[in-house]
Every structure is written in structure tokens, then in C-alpha cells.
Design a protein around this ligand. Structure first.
Ligand SMILES: Cc1cc2nc3c(=O)[nH]c(=O)nc-3n(C[C@H](O)[C@H](O)[C@H](O)COP(=O)(O)OP(=O)(O)OC[C@H]3O[C@@H](n4cnc5c(N)ncnc54)[C@H](O)[C@@H]3O)c2cc1C
Length: 467
């Protein structure tokens, strides 16, 4: 196939794809280059934006112009020491300039209070992910990038070890080969692909709820296309970011993050974890995963009492629009949620007998050290107040996936790596790339999509210019 050296195709309209497209258009303009840049997106325009559109987009920065001194160390810690230090150094070094760049394109930032608990400071775009999609698509379109919606990237062509083109299927099923000298893959993870989820996580992997309406579009296409040409992988292929939600709610991401302040029981009415092991953003992933993969019927129940409403701002930690089950007695509550009343009574009684610490120490915003006494199994390390003040409350909880960790191996230039080094002309950013191990570093996924999307767009133009 004849290569078109001055055509760049970007796959995906989320944070990573839009940042790539806009940065590429600016780089071309600044260098006086005439490059045809096309962004292809498989959803209709109103749905375009994958996870980003539905995400609050918290970003782990002390302020728009300040990265925490411990950022890189924190990344190593959450990955259990497996993270690529160069990747996270590049992220740290480029974070504030990327935020400043977004600001010049109309994205404003605030520093919100994050749910209930303390932790690293996060900034947030005003208007969340919707604002990122709206402002960046406007700027990108103004910069001359062509958008093709309902256009699904299907297959890459690589000739003589260089990207040569990409097949795009339009809404009427027609496949057109775009010859292109460079391609940026920004099509999300594989959480929306039941076959890949089953292959990776077993049968239960295929039945996890998707956390937002946009999550379904991320079906691993970019990862698959690059792997067909020998791309290496990175990240933890057994890893995913999953959160506990209320299954009764039809909202996007109806998380219930007050479980550390009560107890959590399974369908049998028994506790199975230390609900207060750490701040909620440190435990939610393992907790929700346990519910989905290890609990009967893939469900659990947070049991609380009326003191929930004494916690200042507790509503911030409940995004479900369905009120909790409520009862004056534990037996009645058990009947409402369909678990054995005797077991729930026993569980609460033994928990209460161990939750004898000084309740005045209770502080929902930090690990308060109010632990249940040592005999309780599993233990409860913080926020262990007795559940004894009716009405009693119960929230059902199931796990809902936001994104997978396994993806393509990329370097600090966002080049996709093959066995013998970068695959010429191929770039990737965002969830399509791996890099996360162990637990997802809190409030980093959008930031890395934007930072490496921008890098990918610039690098792709430089590549086209100099080849
Ligand atoms: C509810 C929710 C809350 C979150 N909260 C946070 C948070 O506070 N902080 C944080 O850092 N992260 C958060 N995340 C995660 C974060 O939002 C995402 O990881 C990030 O936005 C992903 O950006 P992306 O560009 O890689 O992918 P996406 O935004 O998912 O974009 C991928 C795009 O590619 C398109 N696409 C897929 N396949 C193809 C194809 N074959 N051809 C063409 N187009 C294709 C999709 O339709 C989509 O538009 C949250 C996610 C969700 C859903």
C-alpha cells in the first residue's frame, strides 16, 4: 500500500484522543506543516467520549500548577514497585504544563472536597469529563481536525515495519482503508468486551457491571490491533479498577462509599473483610472485586445505623439516588434485604461487643484508629462504632468496572513498543496503554490520558515531518 506520509489518524474521542488530536494540529501549525488529521470515533457524536464523558475527572495535583513532591514515589507504592519510573517521571514533569494548556482552551479547574476522606489533593475540571470533551472537541475542530463519528477502527496495516494505514468501518458497514503515515491509538481499555473480559478474568469477568454508559465503547480494539503487529504489552493483565455501587440505581456510577463507617455482610449475613482497613479510595478496588468474584450472588450489604447522618457531608459519599433499606429492628432489616435474620443479629452483636472504643474518637475524614478489639474476625481497623441506634440502614453493593489495567507497552514519547523497539508511526495513550499494576493510583487515569495524549499527538507530527 502507498503510504500517505502527511496523514495522521487518531482513534478515540476521549481525553487521550482529543488531547492527541489538538496537540497534533497545533504542532503542525507551529511548524508550517500541512497534515491531514482525522479523529475516528465509533460512537455517535452525542455518546462520543467513552469513560471520559462520564468521569468526574479528579486529578492528583496539589494545585493546577503544582505536583506533589511524593507523586512518583506514590506511583511506585500503588504499583507494588512495578511501575515504569520513566513513564511516571514523564507524567509528573508534564502534568502542570498540560493543565495550563487545557486552561488556555477554556477548561477551568477547582479543588473539590473528595467524597469524605482525606488523602492526596485532587483538582477537578469544572463540569467534569463532559467539560473536557466539550471544550477540547471545540478547540480541536477549530484547529482543523476532521471528526468522523460512527466510524470504527478495525485493523492496522504495517508495511516495512512502519504504520501504513488503518481500516475504518462506517455506520453502514462499509470498510475503508485510510492510508496514513502515523496512527494514535486512544480507544480505551477492554472492559466493554465480554469475550476479552472472560478470557482474562474467567466467567465472572464477563458479568461485571459497567460503571457508566460510556464504558461499553471501550472494547480493547486498539490493544488488539497493535498486538496483531507484534506490539508488546504492559500493566497488570489481572488488574482492573472497580468500585462498589448500588445495583438498584440507574444513574452513572452510583457509588456508595460509606461502607467503612458500618459493617458489610454477605448474602449469608456474615462479615468478610476489614471495612475500615484504610481510606475508602485505598480499599474500594479490592473490596468491590471481592464482592463480585468471591461473594455469593456477587452482592454484599453495607449495614449502618442512624448515626450515618451525623457525619458531616455524608451525602457526598453516596451517589445512588435510591434511599437505603430502613428498619427499626435488625430482624426486619434482614427480611427487607433477604438475608437470614439470625445471622445478621449474631454478626452485629459480635461486632458491637468488639466495638467498644471511645466513640468520641470517630472521625470519618481520616484513619481514626478507632479499631474493634482484637478478638473480632475479620478485624475492623478504623471507624469501629457500635451499630445500635435505629433506624438501621442497608445499602446493597455490587462491583462495577471502570477500566482494565492491561494494555500496550509505550515509552516516554508515547511510541508503541514492539520486540525490537518502537513500531514506527504508532502511538498510544490513556487506558489503551498498560502501566498500572496492583491497585489503580487514585486520580491518575485522566491525567495520564491527557498528558500522554498530548505527547502522542506532537510526536506523531514530528515523526511525519522528519521521516
Ligand atoms: C464514572 C467514572 C469515574 C471516574 N473517575 C475518575 C477520576 O475521578 N479520576 C481519574 O483519573 N479517572 C477516573 N475515571 C477513569 C478515567 O475517566 C478514564 O480512565 C479516562 O478518562 C480514559 O480516557 P481514554 O481517553 O483513555 O478513554 P475513553 O475516555 O474511554 O475514550 C475512548 C474512546 O475511544 C472510542 N473507541 C473505542 N474503540 C474504538 C474504535 N475501534 N474505533 C473508534 N473509536 C473507538 C470510544 O468510543 C471512546 O470515545 C473514571 C471513570 C469513570 C467511568
Amino acid at each position: 500500500m502507498a503510504q500517505n506520509p502527511l496523514r495522521l489518524v487518531i482513534v478515540g474521542h476521549g481525553a487521550a484522543g482529543l488531547a492527541a488530536a489538538l496537540a497534533a494540529a497545533e504542532q503542525a501549525r507551529n511548524n508550517g506543516l500541512s497534515i491531514e488529521i482525522t479523529l475516528v470515533e465509533k460512537a455517535v457524536e452525542a455518546d462520543a467520549g467513552g469513560n471520559t464523558r462520564w468521569s468526574p475527572c479528579h486529578m492528583r495535583l496539589d494545585a493546577p500548577d503544582r505536583v506533589a513532591a511524593s507523586f512518583e514515589e506514590d506511583m511506585q507504592r500503588s504499583s507494588g514497585g512495578l511501575a515504569d519510573p520513566t513513564y511516571f517521571r514523564t507524567l509528573s514533569e508534564n502534568a502542570t504544563v498540560t493543565i495550563e494548556w487545557l486552561q488556555t482552551h477554556g477548561v477551568a479547574f477547582s479543588t473539590p472536597v473528595y467524597y469524605l476522606s482525606a488523602g492526596p489533593t485532587r483538582i477537578q475540571p469544572v463540569g467534569g469529563g463532559g467539560a473536557i470533551i466539550e471544550k477540547l472537541s471545540r478547540a480541536t475542530s477549530k484547529a482543523g481536525v476532521r471528526f468522523l463519528y460512527q466510524s470504527e477502527a478495525r485493523r492496522l496495516t504495517v508495511a516495512d515495519d512502519r504504520v501504513a494505514g488503518i481500516d475504518i468501518q462506517s455506520r453502514d458497514g462499509v470498510i475503508t482503508t485510510f492510508d496514513a503515515g502515523a496512527v494514535v491509538l486512544a480507544s480505551g481499555g477492554f472492559q466493554g468486551n465480554t469475550a476479552m473480559m472472560r478470557a482474562q478474568f474467567g466467567v465472572a469477568g464477563a458479568t461485571i457491571r459497567l460503571i457508566s454508559p460510556g464504558t461499553r465503547f471501550d472494547t480493547g480494539d486498539g490493544i488488539r490491533m497493535a498486538r496483531e503487529h507484534g506490539a508488546c504489552v504492559s500493566g497488570d493483565w489481572n488488574g482492573m479498577h472497580i468500585e462498589p455501587i448500588d445495583p438498584r440505581s440507574d444513574r452513572s456510577a452510583p457509588v456508595v462509599l460509606v461502607y467503612p463507617y458500618g459493617i458489610v455482610v454477605d448474602q449469608d449475613g456474615r462479615r468478610f473483610c476489614d471495612e475500615g482497613a484504610d481510606l475508602v479510595h485505598e480499599t474500594w478496588e479490592g473490596f468491590a472485586r471481592d464482592i463480585h468474584f468471591a461473594r455469593p450472588k456477587n452482592i454484599a450489604y453495607a449495614i449502618l445505623d442512624s448515626r450515618l447522618s451525623d457525619i458531616s457531608g455524608f451525602e457526598r459519599a453516596i451517589r445512588s439516588d435510591v434511599p437505603p433499606y430502613r428498619a427499626e429492628g435488625l430482624e426486619e432489616l434482614a427480611a427487607r434485604i433477604g438475608i437470614p435474620a439470625r445471622n445478621l443479629r449474631e454478626t452485629v452483636d459480635s461486632y458491637n461487643a468488639a466495638a467498644t472504643g471511645d466513640a468520641a474518637r470517630f472521625d470519618a475524614t481520616r484513619c481514626d484508629g478507632l479499631a474493634a478489639s482484637g478478638s473480632l474476625q475479620p478485624p475492623k481497623s478504623n471507624w469501629a462504632r457500635a451499630i445500635e441506634k435505629p433506624p438501621y440502614l442497608a445499602y446493597p453493593l455490587v462491583g462495577a468496572i471502570a477500566y482494565t489495567f492491561g494494555g500496550l507497552a509505550t515509552n516516554e514519547k508515547a511510541e508503541v513498543l514492539g520486540e525490537n523497539g518502537p513500531i514506527s508511526g504508532l502511538y498510544a495513550a490513556g487506558e489503551t496503554t498498560g502501566h498500572f499494576y496492583g491497585t489503580a493510583p487514585n486520580a491518575v487515569s485522566v491525567l495520564r490520558a491527557l498528558v500522554f495524549g498530548k505527547i502522542a499527538g506532537r510526536q506523531a507530527v514530528d515523526f511525519l515531518r522528519t521521516r
